[in-house]
Design a protein around this ligand. Structure first.
Ligand code: 3PG
Length: 204
């Protein structure tokens, strides 16, 4: 088993963060990492996402920071350059898979249908992001996939919350999952983020 998969297993809820302010990013990362959520995914959906990633990597060298929303080949080298150890896409193309190999970064591409799962397996990827989990049948769909795709493991992401994250983690084909419910910076204070994180950690 790869070291990256071991890291995901050891802290299986991955906060998905959309950040645009370095100072705020550091405060949020501090809360998450100190409470025990050491794997972080930061989406490339803001102007300052790369700066935030770089700052978090510098300040929290023991965290495991990846970049999400990878939709273009060039982004893979950029995120590696700021210290990301893994890269996540909502879907995949053959050229993204190939580029990730060339850049030498752990790549977690997205699938949701049987054909996508098979195609990724053919490309040698048996650990896949199941996206959008909530709108693609949820944990019941993943449960059905467990018997069909016995070699494939998943990181479901999208539409998961406090009420159902444990249902996903109980499945034999789920290694970890991603979600933003504990870090909704538009609605939550730092204290609320801390309390939401504690609730997760106590259920792990
Ligand atoms: C995302 O794309 O932001 C992630 O999939 C997280 O989805 P969520 O906000 O539904 O948890």
């Amino acid at each position: 088993m790869s070291n990256m998969i071991k890291r995901f297993e050891s802290s299986p809820v991955i906060p998905v963060l959309t950040l645009d302010n370095v100072e705020e990013s550091l405060r949020i990362a501090d809360i998450l990492v100190s409470e025990g959520l050491t794997n972080l995914e930061i989406t490339l959906r803001t102007q300052n996402a790369l700066k935030c990633i770089e700052a978090i990597n510098k300040e929290f060298p023991n965290s495991n920071v990846g970049a999400g929303t990878i939709v273009k080949k060039e982004q893979l080298q950029s995120v590696k350059d700021v210290g990301c150890t893994f890269a996540v896409s909502p879907g995949f193309t053959k050229s993204l898979v190939q580029e990730a190999k060339e850049v030498d970064i752990f790549y977690l591409p997205g699938s949701s249908t049987p054909s996508e799962i098979i195609e990724l397996s053919e490309l040698g990827i048996n650990f896949q992001k199941f996206f959008h989990a909530g709108n693609s049948g949820g944990y019941k769909m993943l449960q059905a996939y467990a018997n069909i795709f016995q070699e494939v493991k998943f990181c479901p992401t999208g539409g998961i919350g406090q009420s159902d994250f444990s249902d996903y983690l109980k499945l034999s084909n789920v290694i970890c999952l991603g979600g933003s419910w504990m870090v909704d910076t538009k609605k939550m204070s730092f204290e609320e983020i801390k309390q939401a994180t504690k609730l997760i950690v106590q259920d792990l």
